[in-house]
Design a binder for this molecule. Structure first.
Ligand code: AMP
Ligand code: MG
Length: 337
């Protein structure tokens, strides 16, 4: 059992409560809710930062693992209407881990070249490399969302894409990718306020596009496209999480928790080295004159053994605690080693 952390106030893990299962109805989601989190915003932000430390270690283990030939990686897909908070979520979540372990890709209106290929062409080029956390700011799902609502592709092509996406994600999972799909759900009213706030700030104008209003006017058509997307593409191997996002702090907290738990379930391990720690420690100790000179009182062998022993216990306990938490909290997805 993992130790209970003071700041872990979750009553139900968001990995369970926000997961899109059969029978999911988008219209019954309260987008201002803080599902499973009875604590305050302040406590939420604190808890997220605390989780960040673990996330950071898990990610480093994943990178280390890849060095020794493992292919595992994570793909975090973010979808949401304009102002849903994709950008600031990336800023906060990616900011908690080593930037060298994160690959962020944004997908906008397809270029001429991209449009001349199958819709997955540009996506495949941006898949995370082994050991990395890939974050998609919009994704192949735009091809069944905006393209459906705006009739940018014929209905039978949209229909084909749901299946193509499931096949594609199956192949990703088989190839060692943990696929986590996050839909940031804001309310119509909240989006109105956020767009106004953008307009009221010179430094936010670059994020605004006059077409945002036209998109907003099609709100219910987008809701319908999201509902269809959830029904057709939330699978056991690559589930969607419907995250209420009117409270930005809650969305960040929930996504951090889901991501950390998925990484913990992957259980990345520090790789075994093909050299002997104790022997190497002794060699290094011999090169440090101050230590080598005192070797008569404190034999180098003993010091080397101590170094080797310390390396074994380093943070293993912390790791086991998180993994136990994540497995206990369930999710039916197991590590695909
Ligand atoms: P933003 O994320 O606000 O910079 O805007 C990117 C824009 O590109 C959004 O309006 C998206 O709907 C649009 N977009 C992204 N992918 C596609 C796609 N496959 N087809 C059409 N529009 C897209
Ligand atoms: Mg935009």
């Amino acid at each position: 059992m993992g130790e209970t952390k003071d700041l872990d106030l979750w009553t139900t893990s968001p990995a369970i409560s926000l997961r899109v299962r059969d029978g999911f109805q988008l219209e019954s989601v309260d987008r201002a809710a803080t599902v499973g989190w009875p604590g305050s915003k302040k406590e939420g932000n604190k808890a997220r930062k605390e989780r960040g430390d673990l996330l950071d270690e898990l990610q480093e283990r994943l990178i280390a693992e890849a060095r020794s030939g493992q292919k595992r990686r994570v793909l975090l897909v973010l979808q949401g209407m304009d102002t849903a908070g994709k950008g600031s979520l990336i800023n906060k979540v990616a900011g908690m881990v080593d930037p060298q372990g994160v690959e962020i890709s944004s997908f906008g209106v397809p270029t001429e070249e991209e449009a001349s290929h199958d819709f997955l062409w540009r996506i495949e080029k941006r898949l995370p490399k082994p050991g990395m956390i890939g974050i998609f700011d919009r994704s192949h799902y735009e091809d069944v969302l905006v393209q459906k609502v705006e009739n940018l592709a014929p209905p039978e092509e949209i229909e084909r894409r749901y299946g193509a996406i499931n096949d594609f994600e199956t192949s990703l999972v088989d190839d060692g990718v943990t696929v986590i799909k996050i839909a940031l759900l804001i309310s119509y009213q909240e989006q109105g306020y956020r767009l106004l706030r953008r307009l009221a700030r010179r430094d936010k104008h670059w994020k605004y596009s006059p077409s945002d209003v036209a998109t907003r006017e099609k709100w219910s058509a987008y809701d319908a496209a999201y509902q269809a997307m959830f029904e057709r593409t939330s699978t056991d191997y690559a589930p969607w999480y419907a995250v209420p996002a009117d409270n930005k702090w809650y969305a960040r907290l929930a996504v951090t928790e889901i991501l950390t738990q998925e990484l913990a379930k992957m259980a990345p391990r520090w790789p075994e080295m093909d050299w002997d720690v104790e022997a190497e420690a002794k060699k290094v100790l011999e090169t440090i004159p101050a230590i080598a000179a005192r070797a008569a009182q404190k034999p180098l062998e003993k010091q080397a053994a101590k170094v080797a022993e310390e390396s074994k216990i380093y943070r293993e306990e912390v790791f086991d605690a998180v993994r136990d938490d994540a497995t206990r909290d369930g999710g039916d997805r197991v590590a695909n080693v």
